[in-house]
Design a protein around this ligand. Structure first.
Ligand code: AMP
Ligand code: MG
Length: 399
């Protein structure tokens, strides 16, 4: 409809982030058990309850020694992980030590077992021990009271390990935002229906449900809006009971594309309604009654791409996440590639198992769900470039 100038991909994404950040209130907080915090967003800074490690710790199996001392030593005992050595290592002495065990008093280096010749309780080191060698000093990972996880961090496996390490049995997390989905279109029928040749099953609601959950939110799937003003308006009103609203379809220039009209008459603000991307050029982003909405073009690949590159960031920010990430990397093309310049394209592609090579997946356009299901990533083109040779690095959006 042309409410605002067409944006580049980067401008549009920056616009989404800035707009959602400016309007987002801190979500409500709830307490969950450690395991249930997986995938949730931390509502508080989490601090180290003691130094990590809590004592100087050996990172090798070997002998705890005094650095710079003669290499002929007598072994006076051993210390293993889970125990502490009572005595002190004096000149000419060593203590046998296992990985993870605390370094005994007096010692300041660990010589690896592989670098020692042993004869009964005598050892000879083949190399001089440097101070601190093979030791993780107390507090080198974190000091007591340091913030080790920031508020707004999503809990993945590494964050889970950190929470467990510092003894967080219960975790304060943000409530999941609710994201309403309204599919639109007279041709769209239920998954259980047998569609007539001119109908399609409603795949967008299901794809979005997965994407929304993955962004840390709860999908609220509404009925399919008919291509008719009052039904669309009725469902939009219901959708606005959630924290954010997604519509799929009805945003192109056709006679029955009513989404923008309905929202405009509700006095929505439109930040963009066209972006220089493919698929998904007519994507709409705005705010109505204080709620963020997206009008996602209805072709399934367009819907999925637009949610992934714009809607997901908005969802994550609403859920209290500080740093929404678009997981892009570079891989080398296995074949030459060309495009007509002007648009940032997100095209189905297959990333090789090791992630270093990528092959475009042939597709018949933005309705081609089968091509996307055969792919495992998106190629992301730069809009001003026309050709790539086999072997050239190209951006890849991971999924
Ligand atoms: P539209 O953006 O409304 O012009 O829709 C474009 C095309 O996307 C339609 O012709 C349908 O084939 C397809 N489409 C729209 N909505 C859905 C949906 N919910 N699920 C699957 N395909 C859809
Ligand atoms: Mg439609």
């Amino acid at each position: 409809m042309g409410f605002v100038p067409t944006m580049t991909f980067e401008e549009a994404r920056a616009c989404v982030m800035a707009t959602v950040r400016a309007g987002a209130r801190e979500p409500a907080v709830e307490m969950v058990s450690l395991l249930d915090s997986a995938g949730r967003t931390l509502a508080v800074d989490c601090k180290a309850d003691r130094d990590y490690p809590a004592a100087d710790r050996s990172v090798r199996d070997g002998f705890a020694v005094r650095s710079g001392e003669p290499s002929e030593l007598s072994v006076i005992g051993e210390v293993r992980a889970g125990a502490a050595f009572e005595g002190e290592v004096r000149p000419d002495q060593a203590v046998e030590i296992m990985t993870g065990a605390p370094v005994p008093a007096g010692a300041d280096a660990v010589v690896m077992v592989e670098h020692v010749d042993r004869d009964g309780d005598r050892i000879r080191s083949r190399a001089a021990a440097a101070p601190g060698q093979n030791i993780s000093p107390r507090g080198c990972e974190a000091r007591e009271g340091d913030v080790v996880l920031r508020r707004g961090t999503r809990v993945g496996f590494a964050e889970m390990a950190m929470l467990a390490t510092i003894g967080c049995a219960g975790v304060r997390v943000y409530r999941r935002p609710r994201v309403a989905v309204i599919p639109t279109g007279d041709e769209v029928v239920d998954v259980t229906a047998t569609p007539r040749p001119f109908e399609v099953r409603n795949s967008n609601a299901y794809a979005l449900a997965v994407q929304i959950r993955r962004a840390g939110a709860e999908p609220v799937i509404l009925q399919v809006a008919r291509d008719e003003y009052s039904h669309t308006r009725f469902l939009v009103e219901r959708g606005l009971e959630s924290d954010m609203l997604l519509l799929s379809g009805g945003v192109s220039a056709g006679k029955y594309d009513l989404v923008e009209k309905v929202l405009a008459e509700m006095e929505a603000e439109f930040f963009f309604d066209r972006v220089k991307i493919q698929p998904g050029q007519p994507v709409v982003f705005g705010r109505v009654r204080g709620k963020i909405f997206f009008g996602l073009p209805g072709n399934p690949v367009s819907t999925m791409v637009c949610y992934e590159v714009f809607g997901r960031a908005a969802t994550e920010i609403l859920g209290g996440q500080q740093e929404p990430l678009l997981p892009m990397a570079y891989a080398r093309l296995t074949e030459p590639f060309r495009q007509k310049p002007g648009l940032t394209r997100f095209l189905p592609a297959k990333l090789a198992p090791a992630g270093e090579q990528v092959t475009p997946v042939s597709w018949s356009g933005s309705g081609d769900v089968a091509a996307l299901a055969r792919a495992n990533a998106f190629l992301v083109t730069e809009p001003d470039r026309e050709t790539w040779e086999a072997g050239d690095p190209i951006r890849v959006l991971l999924r």
